[in-house]
Ligand binder design. Structure first.
Ligand code: PMP
Length: 791
């Protein structure tokens, strides 16, 4: 490598113009383009080309004059590879190789110093280079991941003897850069030395090998103009080499991380889409970060060397300063955290589970029977022993992966590293209660309040959905001075005594004692089974609420509150018909009661179109209760109400909650809100949810067992019936479907008063591909002859 840069051709742009005319018959201007070892010129045509040659008036070209040390077979490799990729079905542009007047792809010229240089002409591709794009938004990063994945997937089939070479930019040979660390001043020498020590630990025998581009740096990535701004091409095949496939992605990541506020987050976005398009192996994911940092280290080492060898070549310094800034920043992160983030991006368990503490399933079961209250059930006929989670996946003790379609608690993804980190960092600093001033508490309450419409602005933080609804009940009673409560049939609002009292799902179910006298049920606003299904079904079904509210007020009993989930969960994934809450709330308020929206199952963007499910009904509740997804698994809940109701509650008795609103919980809550925003999870709920519902509707046309498909965003229900006229519930079939789906690696559950509704409410990172997998698995299960025989 030492003399290669010095042997770069020294052609000026006038000479390039002559070469273009003599070899290719082009009448052009030439502008120098940056290059490390070669010389490249952008050729732009005059109005007319010289006669006798093929011409394309608006076409621009790149004239590539190779280093005199460049072997002909290497240029042949590049040309073959470009043609190979251009022939594949890849969503990218590739340059065309233009032969010269005598039909050669590679011509020869003599340089001033008498050395021979090979010359090639490629068509120019339009676009902005990635380095010059001001903001690398999420879609752009995603498109880079899929672009590289497509190239690497295609190149897995490509072979060429010249690719099997020893090349100093091949990360396998980073030791060549490492030899140069002596050129760096301390403390930089030490910093780079530590990263190289990590590189040395890589076990290359565990990695896949193939021919790779090997230089997806930010000047080689071409991006289309706004508004779509997607990666359209990866340029410059001069560094192609046969090496560990994962190096291609690692190199791109090194440049993606430059100048980023959150370098690891940006890199993770590229990793995620790369993995979706061309799955990485676990061994590859685990070396990815080390390799990306190694590339940065190689760059700064070679730059130090090359600056000494050719101080006039500006290109050599292009990524030097940002590279150093990034290396210094990454040195503060440690090696484990970025790998965890990348593992998460690929849906792999974020941390490896220590096997020493594992007990067999049988041992766990028997101890559970002894030490846990027997009123607690286990999911599935043969219970699952889950040991880790990542994104929308759960992993069993046997290593099996399950697509979790039912856990709306792990809202932003199981074990999301940003949430885990927020909790761990705050836990290590301070955890107290809300009787002190703390930024986290105030920041969090402000952030929650801005998500809600006025006048909902006063926040109480609690530890669960049950506690939130308990408090809502107290607020309503204190504010109104009344006692009675209206609830929807089949509803569940929590596990405390008062919540069991207002949950028909419990008091009407096994072991229940029926409704207490102060609780009044209204019928479920179910357009599938209910009395009304037309356009005014919402208003008609709300008639029951209006009438019972009026009755309570007329009889002087007085209505404290109407509790209603913004979409019915335990009631069977029922979407409220349009106009239902508007009419119901009007009736409740006329009777002097307050309206409580239980958003424990439905909030935080799950609806897709709105952040809160009640917003889809065009109403503003008086009290909103939150739980489950709010802390992504950390015990957190919240009640948000109006200043007026909060003022009524200030009656002298303090409301204090030991754990509610502690700094750790608030840090977690803030991280969850950040992730929903940064990862555009509400938008994903809309898109993935729509896709899933469409696929399910297609499935319904083929399977008569499917009676109804309903949902909003990623809150979906499939109601199974034996007969479409009688709507006879297919309850045992629903349970069997759930069991069969588990066998295929998909976790679902059933609900609804008739136990025949399959619930779908996955973490919001659920993708369109997951939707396809879910529906094709369901198709198989429903088609399964054995299954049909048994029903
Ligand atoms: N409300 C609704 C609608 C719920 O689904 C639940 C829990 N399933 C609760 C309240 C109670 O929440 P938690 O279990 O966190 O107390």
């Amino acid at each position: 490598m030492s003399t290669t840069v010095q042997k770069a051709p020294r052609i000026n742009s006038d000479e390039a113009v002559h070469i273009a005319a003599d070899l290719y018959g082009l009448n052009v201007f030439a502008t120098t383009l940056p290059s490390e070892r070669d010389q490249n010129f952008l050729l732009r045509s005059f109005q007319s080309d010289l006669q006798g040659f093929h011409s394309d008036h608006n076409q621009q070209y790149v004239l590539k004059i190779a280093n005199s040390e460049e072997a002909l077979e290497m240029l042949g490799l590049q040309n073959d590879l470009i043609r190979f990729l251009a022939d594949r079905k890849i969503d990218l542009e590739f340059p065309r190789i233009v032969p010269n007047g005598t039909g050669q792809d590679i011509a020869t010229i003599a340089g001033k110093d008498g050395r021979e240089h090979f010359v090639r002409l490629l068509t120019w591709l339009d676009g902005v280079c990635f380095a010059k794009v001001e903001t690398h938004h999420r879609k752009l990063l995603a498109s880079l991941g899929s672009a590289l994945a497509q190239i690497d997937a295609a190149l897995a089939e490509f072979s060429h003897p010249a690719a099997h070479r020893e090349f100093y930019w091949d990360l396998r040979h980073a030791d060549q850069a490492r030899e140069l660390v002596g050129l760096l001043p301390e403390p930089r020498r030490h910093l780079v030395g530590r990263f190289f020590a990590e590189w040395e630990r890589i076990d290359w025998s565990r990695l896949r090998f193939s021919t790779i581009h090997n230089d997806a740096n930010d000047y080689n990535i071409l991006v289309s103009e706004l508004p779509d701004q997607q990666v359209t091409a990866i340029l410059d095949y001069g560094d192609v080499v046969h090496t560990a496939t994962v190096c291609d992605l690692a190199i791109a990541l090194a440049y993606v991380m430059l100048d980023k506020r959150d370098p690891i987050g940006a890199a993770a976005r590229v990793v995620a889409t790369y993995h979706q398009n061309y799955p990485l192996t676990e061994a590859e994911v685990d070396v990815l970060y080390t390799l990306a940092v190694t590339r940065l280290c190689c760059s700064v080492c070679y730059a130090a060397k090359q600056t000494r060898d050719a101080p006039e070549n500006e290109y050599l310094n292009i990524s030097n300063a940002p590279g150093w800034a990034l290396l210094e920043r990454l040195a503060t992160l440690g090696m484990e955290w970025p790998t965890r983030v990348f593992r998460y991006a690929c849906g792999l368990p974020v941390s490896k589970v220590a096997s020493t503490r594992e007990r067999t399933t049988a041992e766990l079961l028997s101890s559970r029977q002894k030490h846990l209250g027997p009123s607690l059930s286990l999911s599935y006929q043969s219970p699952l022993h889950i040991v880790s989670g990542s994104r929308q996946y759960l992993y069993g003790a046997d290593g099996r992966r399950f697509l979790d379609c039912v856990n709306n608690v792990a809202h932003v993804g199981h074990s999301h590293p940003q949430v885990v980190r927020a909790a761990a960092e705050q836990m290590a600093i301070l955890n107290t209660n809300t009787r002190y001033l703390h930024e986290n508490l105030i920041d969090y309450c402000e952030r929650l309040a801005v998500t809600l419409p006025e006048p909902l602005s006063v926040v109480y933080l609690v530890c669960s959905g049950s506690e939130a609804n308990e408090l809502a009940l107290r607020l309503a009673r204190t504010h109104t001075g009344w006692n009675e409560v209206l609830v929807v049939e089949g509803a569940y609002h929590g596990n405390t005594s008062a919540m069991i009292d207002i949950s028909p799902y419990k008091f009407d179910g096994p072991g229940g004692n029926g409704r207490p006298p102060w609780v009044h049920k209204v019928s479920m606003p179910d357009v599938y089974r209910g009395k009304h299904s037309g356009p005014d079904a919402g208003e008609l079904l709300a008639g029951d609420v209006v009438q019972k509210a009026r009755q309570l007020s007329d009889t002087g009993q007085g209505l404290a509150a109407f509790f209603c989930e913004s979409a019915l969960g335990c009631g069977g994934q029922i979407i409220l018909p349009e106009g239902y809450l508007r009419a119901a709330y009007a009736g409740v308020r006329n009777a002097g009661g307050v309206c409580v929206a239980d958003e424990v199952q439905t909030g935080f963007g799950r609806a897709g179109t709105h952040f809160w499910m009640f917003e889809t009904q065009g109403v503003v509740p008086d009290i909103v209760t939150l739980g489950k997804p709010i802390g992504n698994g950390h015990p957190l809940g919240a009640v948000i109400t109006t200043p007026e109701i909060a003022a009524s509650f200030r009656n002298g008795m303090e409301y204090f909650n030991t754990f509610g609103g502690n700094p750790v919980s608030c840090a977690v809550g803030l991280a969850v809100l950040d992730v929903i925003r940064d990862e555009e999870l509400q938008e994903n709920a809309l898109e993935a949810g729509q896709h899933l519902r469409q696929l399910l509707l297609q499935l319904q046309t083929r399977h008569s067992l499917i009676g109804d498909i309903r949902g909003l965003g990623l809150f979906i229900g499939i109601e199974l019936v034996r007969n479409h006229a009688t709507l006879e519930p297919a309850d045992s079939e629903a349970s069997r479907v759930v069991e069969q789906m588990k066998k295929r690696g998909v976790l679902l559950s059933t609900d609804g008063p008739l136990h025949n509704v399959i619930k779908i409410k996955p973490p919001l990172v659920f993708s369109k591909a997951d939707a396809e997998f879910l529906v094709s698995s369901l198709d198989e299960v429903l088609q399964d002859a054995r299954f049909i025989q048994h029903v």
